[in-house]
Design a binder for this molecule. Structure first.
Ligand code: GAL
Length: 678
């Protein structure tokens, strides 16, 4: 009886959480404080005409809401929220802590972020604060408490964004507060300073600490720092951000338990799989002009963002050209909405565009909104309106549907941070390897997920491990179980090299996994950039895959060699090996995943592992993803090219945008999109 009672309570609580984000929000980022109040009514009317259901506001407006320490004034936002509400538009409030007011930084200079050279950040832009400053944390909690207290009965507020883009612009701080907090963080972890000394190997270069007071942040030094220190510093930064965010979440949850809470976008030095556990939904800020080929570059980013906690929306969707001191290209006609639909295709359950109207003054006067500075509705406005109609037609139905993927790649933040420091050559980029894996899956028309090491592997058929440099028993055990139960696991070079202390061990590499993969790493070469052309793996059957940075020589211990090196002292030596284990297959690939390798390995293993393409016969510039809810599937078909294209999805689909059965053959306009249900 007690057990079932507990289960009911747990179920009720989890449902409450799942329900907080419960409608598909389409809208814009709106800054009423930057415009005459006489504009607001027309703004709201036009937004409504375009189908907007929500705006985000206030995320940089601390000075307005707290003009003097401890005195608050939310009246401007009360009025703006009310005007929008009369037009059926709800508000997502941003907590304003990304932009502290001058009274704060003047009175409490210790709250400023500090650069590695010891200079405090200048306080004339944004994100210039320190997460560990006790006074900044106190004042952040105060403004958020005052805000939540003020808006607690406002029915037109539906959600909260915490701060804005943590770690954008700067992702490290060297303040006195961070130094103190770092020591305390290490002490809590290691307890005994000598335990830390031993695990970090501090006899090296006489680095043994006699006391906690001697431990310091990795300030600039003549020679590089101990990799163990650097990795711990990054983990510490990540934990600092998570705990800073948690302060604000706790305040909101207490007074507004039904509102959803989100944070927008990802940057360096935060483990987002941990970070996003505290959020109802993770928000992606989508600026495709940062990529030469957004189809794959952005697709890979969305794949990552969607998997942090399983739910994603877009909080800032690029509307026009954009820049601050630089200027990025504008989307071509139709491309803004195609990009929005790409995000939805990858799981977004909300679409908020940046920004309603382009600013006339300030650092971002070149970030173009739906309207320009002159407030004249032009082609972007019309495109936005059409997009709104399309999204509102499909939004309620697709809300909560998820991408189900057979293929995954494991993203381990520890590994990324190790490589940020020990980068080897300027060709090494884990981010680029994830993009290659995404592109390979996308070209073959498969969904793919990027998952953390803690994720449930059993949902997948094929998993890639792109240089999982640090290994532990738990992860090794999960990989083994996955393979034994029928999965194919492809591990890249320089994986399972060190332990979680970022230290080498006395084991043969790949440590903890040599048995499973049936190989031992005998030797390796690391080719300077460009590595391409310096060696290649020749597979039986004739395929040749060019080396990427690392070429490893494998000694077979139960696996079969499936490819051998072409050149150098490694000529003829096995570089890729496969071993059948239980019902599955362990594949060791002795180089990094360039696009050639990602394509070859996906093609070689996906079909064999039982993966089925979502829709066959689509050309390269046409992307397809599938979102599912139970047995209902939604196919998103996206034409990334400026030419129209004809595709043949076949019979039996329902065209969600047109609201009628789909023809077996469809023509997509330049940058056109289709959503088909089956
Ligand atoms: C985002 C940020 C916005 C705005 C936008 C355009 O990174 O959250 O506040 O700066 O980029 O630059």
């Amino acid at each position: 009886y007690i057990l079932s009672l507990v289960l009911v309570v747990v179920l009720a609580l989890s449902l409450q959480g799942a329900d907080r984000y419960n409608s598909f929000l389409f809208g814009v980022d709106y800054y009423p404080e930057q415009w005459p109040e006489s504009y607001w009514e027309q703004d709201a009317r036009w937004m409504q005409e375009c189908g907007a259901k929500a705006v985000r506001m206030a995320e940089f407006a601390w000075r307005l809401m707290e003009p003097k320490e401890g005195s608050y004034d939310f009246s401007l936002f009360d009025r703006a929220i009310a005007v929008l509400a009369r037009h059926g538009i709800k508000t997502i409030l941003g907590t304003p802590t990304a932009a502290p007011p001058k009274w704060l930084t003047n009175k409490y200079p210790e709250s400023l972020l500090v650069y590695p050279d010891g200079r405090p950040a200048n306080d004339q832009s944004r994100r210039h604060y320190c997460y560990n400053s006790p006074v900044y944390r106190r004042l952040s909690k105060q403004i958020v408490s005052a805000m939540v207290e003020h808006f607690k009965d406002n029915p037109n507020v539906v959600g909260w964004q915490i701060d804005n883009e943590f770690n954008c612009h700067a992702s490290e701080c060297y303040s006195a507060s961070c130094r103190t907090a770092f020591r305390a963080w290490l002490k809590a972890k290691y307890v005994d300073i000598d335990a830390l000394n031993r695990r970090w190997g501090n006899e090296f270069w006489s680095q043994w600490y006699d006391s906690w007071q001697q431990v310091d942040l990795p300030f600039p030094s003549p020679a590089p720092h101990n990799p163990a220190l650097v990795l711990e510093y990054k983990r510490f930064i990540s934990d600092s951000v998570i705990s800073y965010q948690k302060d604000q979440i706790d305040i909101i949850r207490k007074l507004r338990p039904r509102d959803f809470i989100t944070h927008n976008h990802f940057f360096k030095n935060i483990n987002y799989y941990e970070f996003a556990k505290d959020l109802d939904i993770f928000a992606y800020d989508n600026y495709p002009s940062f990529w030469d080929v957004p189809q794959y570059g952005v697709g890979a980013q969305l794949t990552l963002a969607r998997n942090f906690n399983g739910r994603m929306m877009v909080m800032e969707q690029q509307a026009g050209a954009g820049g601050q001191t630089y200027l990025l290209r504008a989307p071509r006609p139709g491309e803004m909405s195609l990009w929005a639909f790409q995000a939805i295709a990858h799981g977004a359950d909300g679409m908020i565009h940046f920004r309603w109207r382009t600013a006339r003054r300030g650092a971002e006067e070149y970030w173009f909104g739906i309207l320009e500075q002159d407030n004249v509705p032009r082609a972007r406005f019309q495109e936005f309106k059409q997009e709104g109609a399309d999204i509102n037609r499909i939004g309620p139905e697709i809300l909560g549907s998820r991408l189900v993927s057979d293929i995954a790649a494991i993203k381990d933040y520890d590994a990324e941070w190790v490589f940020d420091h020990q980068y080897f050559t300027n060709e090494v980029s884990i981010g680029a390897e994830f993009q290659n894996l995404f592109q390979a899956a996308s070209e073959l028309k498969y969904n793919i997920d990027f998952i953390g090491p803690q994720a449930d592997f059993s949902r997948y058929k094929l998993i890639f491990g792109p240089h999982l440099i640090l290994m532990d028993q738990q992860l090794a055990g999960k990989i083994k179980q996955f393979v034994e139960q029928g999965g194919t696991f492809v591990l890249s070079a320089h994986s399972a090299v060190k332990d979680r202390d970022n230290a080498f061990t006395d084991q043969v590499q790949p440590i903890m996994l040599a048995d499973l993969f049936g190989v031992e790493r005998e030797d390796f070469q690391c080719y300077p950039a460009p590595s391409r052309g310096k060696n290649a793996l020749s597979f039986a059957g004739g395929a040749k895959v060019p080396v990427h940075v690392f070429a490893e020589a494998l000694k077979l211990k139960g696996a079969d060699a499936v490819a051998r090196w072409d050149a150098d002292f490694l000529k003829g030596v096995p570089g890729c090996a496969e071993k059948h284990v239980g019902k599955g297959k362990a594949v060791y690939y002795g180089s990094f995943f360039n696009l050639d390798a990602a394509r070859y390995l996906t093609e070689r293993h996906a079909a064999e592992a039982g993966c089925r393409p979502l829709l066959p016969g689509l050309p390269g510039q046409v992307e397809v993803t599938r979102r599912s809810k139970g047995n209902t599937h939604y196919y998103f078909i996206l034409n990334h090219s400026p030419e129209s294209v004809t595709v043949h999805p076949g019979e039996g689909f329902f065209d969600l945008l047109a609201g009628k059965p789909a023809a077996a053959t469809l023509t997509l306009k330049p940058f056109g999109y289709q959503v088909l249900r089956k």
